[in-house]
Each structure stands twice: as C-alpha cells, then as structure tokens.
Design a protein around this ligand. Structure first.
Ligand code: F6R
Length: 600
C-alpha cells in the first residue's frame, strides 16, 4: 500500500506530483504529502485524509519555478493517520517517501538515539541517511549504507539539500518504476501516473537502487554494479474510469459485470469447444496437481475455482491464503502448477509466494487484471482478466472475472485431458454463454434490495451461509458487507454452523442463506431450519418460496449451479452496497482499506 511519486524536469513539479498521487490514491488515503526542492532548502506540505485536503492546502501556495520533488499517499501501517505521521519524513536537510515496512525499525531507532517526530517505521530511513552523512560519507555512500541497514520491504525516494535536483531511489519488495518523458523524469509505484505523460518506463528489480537528475539516471544492483536501463513502452493515453451516472464506482462496476463476462469469452468459445490462446493444451496437461494461492476476494475466487477444477478437470487442487502459505514451508508437488490470482498484480504476499515457488522450479500461472504488474511480469504464464479498471476499493467485477476465467480454464483443462466432452462439455459451454444475460437480468432485484436494506442496519452480526460453490460465495458476501458497511459479518459453510457458531443464534443474528437449488439444496434447508428454530432472522436467497424465511430474495432457477452462483453474487453485492449507502459510508473508499496491498 501507499503510493509514491517523484519528478525532476522543466515543468512545475507540484501539479505533476498531485496528479500522480491522484492516480495512486487507491493505494491509501490516510494522508498525503509532497516535498519540493526550492532555492534554499526543501519545502514540505502534508495533510491528513484524502488527497483533496492536500490540494486545498496547496491551492494558494505559489510553487512556480520549483521543478523537482517527491510525493506520497499513505495507508497507515505504523502510527495513526495523523499529519505528523504523513510522508515525506525528514530532518532539516533530507526527506524521504517510503512504501513498504522496515521490519527492524525498532532496533534501528534505539541505535540512532535521535529524536523522532513520527511513530512510523519510515522515519528511520532519513535519520540513518543523515547519520551516515554526519560521519563524513558522501550522499551516495550514505544512501547505500542506509539501504544496507534496512530489513524489510521498501520502495524509497529520498531527496537531500546536499544534492539539489537529484532523487535517490531504491526498490526491495515494493513496486517502483521510472518514467521517461520529454517533460522530465518521473518515479511512480505503478504505470497509472505515467500513462499519457511518459513514453517508456523501467520497472526496477528488487535490490536495485540509483540516483537521478533531469539529464540522467544511474542504476545499480545489490553489488553496486552499474545496470543498463531497459525500458518497456507505455500506452499513449490513459483510460480514465467515470461513474457514468451511478452514485459510486462500485455500483457501476456491479452493473458492468455482464459486459466483462462477454469480453472474457470473446474468441474463446469456438463451435463446440473451448480455446484459450495464451495456453496450449499440451502445457496444461503436463501438470498433475494445482495449488491456487491469493488473498481476500481473490482467495474466495480461488476457493470457488478449486471446486470447478476438481469437478470439471478432475485434477487434485489445493487452495491457500498467500500470507499463510509463504511461511508454512509448503511441500510442493514438482509436477504441479501454482496459480496465483490477483486483481492488482501487486499484492505483497501473493507476489512473495510466486517468488518462493519459482525458486523451487515449479511452474506458475497468474490470473491478473493489470498487465505489466509485478505478478504478471514474474509468472511463467498469465491470463489477463479483461475486467477493465476497477476503482471501487471493494472488488466486484474483478471477482466475477476471476471466477469466469477459472471456470473457463477448468472446462478447457477438462476438455484437453479428455475428461470433459460430449453433452457435459456442451452443457458447460451453454452455461458460460448464458452467464452475461443472467448477470444483466439479476440487477432487476436492485429496487427490492434497496427497500429491504433498511431492516438490516443494526443487529449483532450477519452469517452468510452456503454449501459447495455457494460457500466461497458466502465468504465473499460477508467480506463485501464488512468492508463497506463496517457491520460484523462472517461467511460459513452451512453444515458447520452446528459445530459452534449456532450458539450465537437469536433474533438479532441475521442469517443470509445462499440456497442454490442446484447443489445440496435439501442439506442447506435443514441447516437453515436449525438456525430458524433458534430464532435467527433468516434472509433466504432462493429460487422458491421458503416458509422459514423472514425475507426472501427470489432468484431465477437454473439447472447449472454457476448461473445460480452469478445471480446470487449480484444480490450479495447489492445488499452490501445498499446497506452501506444507508449508513452514509464512503462506498468507494471505505475506512482503513486500500485497493492495492503492497505490504505484508
Ligand atoms: C476485497 C478486496 C481485497 C482484495 C485483496 C487481494 O474487496 O478487494 O480483499 O481482493 O486485497 O488483492 P488482489 O486481488 O489485488 O491481489
């Protein structure tokens, strides 16, 4: 999380830095700040909260002629979201912006024995740098000595009055890239601030560091050997997402899902079979097992994918949460494939799993929404999700794109292995083709959900329950509600309720039952009866009248479970949206969250 930007060139830096930060605001909006070189020294501006607070502060400030600086948008990891904790952090002569976590900052603070202004881990960087300078080291040696002191993940930009109009930079575990333009030199945490301004970019590798001025960039590796800069072209113009009449980006993205699904299928359904250009059947069928790994919503997609891969491709499949998997010394099948799933392609834990598994020589496939992201660049193969830019912090259309891509992949795999063919394959193809219609018509339930939502703004908790593929959907429904309404919600396998959680049941416990007709319907019916008998308030999402439901949200009946899955998905997304709107929350930028989680 956190976004960093830098600029050195001929133009006024303030506006360029602010525009860059706007593009990175999805990475954190607890505070923002910039530092600009001026004739005598460095000038710093900071504000808490969203970027517009900083913009307001800078509105009347003249920064004409100041053409170099650094900026930061923060998602708080160490220390509250206050102005003192906002970046850039500095002493009198030098300032730093940092994305990542300095794991040994407590020990370093003790060693330094200087006065710290903030509670952040990042501030040690600039103290270390100044300490090395005070010991007589040159700025470059002081910078490399500082890097050598740090343990953890970082993308760093540092400026110092000792080297006017120069930026020191380093990357280790957190994304950082350089953008090249006729207007000057840019730094950013992702492509977004550079697109439309820079023609080319250089994605830094872990361990690389350097020094830049408006004329040149010197880049070095961990051994301090000079590295030749290699660049990739950037698109000429950025596609900026607009709300297009919707109240929130999240709402628009829920409605966009039908189109996204059609885009995913484009060119992949041919006559009676499935074809995925990026992956050959021979490549797929060499693998004996699959491990799916991801975080958050993407993990829920992975879990859904495991049901589909086992059922359709008959291949043993494990699912793991990336932050757990990376530390459990996983025993991996050398004949297996690792699939990582990520909307952003920058999630630190998922990226680390990819690195760990690649080191063991195991092949990897990434399902990702952002081309050129760290995960896409590292994986052996990737399937882009085709969901377009997702602006809402709570993921919606990227989730459906992940599920759809996994479903398609499972069918393709089964077809390639020969275990999915004939009528069974045709049934899958027909359902895949029908999904976009299902998603489009499912939104007709919006008005009803809006009216219903007023009854569910209180209570001591929500349990979303489901079985089979409706269980990961229950997890996702609960996560959506938590994220944007701040109400407590849990997703649970319906059959597990009696093993503990049913103790919570009373009229103030809201059970949202995902009662898919196509899978284990009678089983979940019994589970809901058990909860109803203990007086839990039941909201059933079901295809037919269910006498125990206090509220029923009726969905269409389909014989294919995935069609029921997608119809219910719209319901749980809209329910979270409407409850959050009634509670007056900022749906697109919920408190404490960030769109891209680049720290572990
Ligand atoms: C929830 C949400 C998060 C992300 C998670 C992983 O709405 O968006 O739970 O799914 O942080 O992010 P990616 O998919 O970018 O790796």
């Amino acid at each position: 999380m956190c976004g960093i930007v830098g600029y050195i060139g001929k133009r006024e830096a303030k506006q360029l830095l602010l525009s860059g930060l706007k593009e990175l605001e999805y990475r954190g909006y607890d505070s923002a700040g910039i530092a600009l070189f001026q004739e005598q020294g460095i000038q710093v501006f900071k504000a808490t909260g969203k970027l517009h607070h900083l913009e307001d502060k800078l509105h009347a400030v003249s920064t004409q002629g100041l053409t170099a600086g650094i900026g930061h948008t923060r998602w708080a990891t160490h220390g509250k979201p206050t102005e003192l904790n906002a970046h850039p952090h500095g002493l009198t002569h030098s300032y730093v912006v940092h994305n990542g976590i300095i794991e040994n900052y407590v020990a370093l603070k003790k060693q330094l024995a200087s006065t710290f202004i903030s509670q952040t881990d990042s501030e040690v960087i600039v103290h270390l740098f100044e300490q090395h300078l005070n010991k007589g080291k040159s700025p470059t040696t002081a910078f490399t000595a500082t890097l050598a002191d740090l343990n953890g993940a970082y993308a760093i930009l540092l400026i110092t009055e000792h080297c006017p109009e120069q930026i020191f930079f380093a990357r280790n575990g957190s994304p950082l890239q350089i953008g090249f333009s006729e207007q000057g030199l840019f730094f950013a945490s992702s492509d977004a601030p550079l697109v439309g301004i820079c023609q080319n970019t250089c994605y830094l590798e872990d361990g690389q560091w350097g020094i830049a001025n408006a004329q040149e960039v010197l880049l070095f590796d961990t051994q301090h050997q000079a590295v030749t800069i290699s660049t990739s072209p950037l698109p000429a113009s950025s596609i900026t997402a607009q709300k297009e009449g919707f109240r929130f980006f999240m709402e628009k993205e829920i409605y966009e899902q039908s189109t996204v699904i059609s885009d995913i299928l484009m060119g992949r359904l041919q006559a009676q079979h499935i074809h995925i250009e990026e992956i050959s059947p021979d490549w797929l069928t060499t693998y004996q097992s699959i491990t799916l790994c991801a975080c958050g919503t993407s993990y829920h997609a992975a879990l859904t994918g495991s049901y589909l891969l086992e059922q359709l491709a008959k291949i043993p499949t494990n699912v793991a949460i990336a932050s757990e998997f990376r530390y459990r010394n996983p025993v991996l099948n050398p004949e297996g494939l690792l699939i990582v799933i990520s909307q952003s392609g920058e999630t630190a834990d998922t990226l680390e799993v990819l690195k760990l598994v690649k080191k063991q020589g195991i092949k990897t496939l990434a399902l990702c929404n952002v081309d050129n992201s760290s995960i896409v660049r590292l994986a052996d193969k990737s399937l882009l999700l085709r969901a377009g830019i997702e602006k809402g912090v709570a993921s919606t259309k990227a989730f459906s794109a992940q599920i759809m891509t996994l479903w398609l992949l499972a069918c393709y795999w089964g077809q390639s292995k020969g275990c999915l063919h004939g009528i069974a394959l045709q049934k899958e193809i027909q359902a895949l083709e029908k999904t976009h219609q299902v998603l489009r018509s499912a939104t007709s339930v919006h008005d009803r959900i809006h009216r219903l939502s007023k009854r569910y703004l209180h209570g001591h908790g929500f349990f979303f329950i489901g079985r089979d593929i409706f269980y990961p959907l229950a997890l996702e429904g609960a996560l959506k509600l938590k994220e944007i309404s701040y109400l407590h919600a849990e997703g649970y396998p319906a059959g597990e309720m009696k093993h503990g959680p049913i103790a919570l049941a009373d009229a103030e416990l809201f059970t949202i039952a995902l009662m898919g007709k196509s899978r284990l319907y009678n089983k979940i019916k019994s589970n809901v009866e058990e909860l109803s008998a203990r007086d839990s308030t039941i909201i059933a999402i079901a295809t037919e009248y269910f006498e125990l439901a206090d509220d029923l949200i009726k969905i269409n009946a389909y014989t294919h479970p995935m069609l029921e899955f997608f119809e219910m998905l719209i319901v749980v997304q809209l329910l979270a949206l409407e409850i959050a709107i009634r509670l007056g929350n900022d749906v697109d930028m919920p408190r404490n969250l960030a769109k891209s989680v680049t720290v572990e």
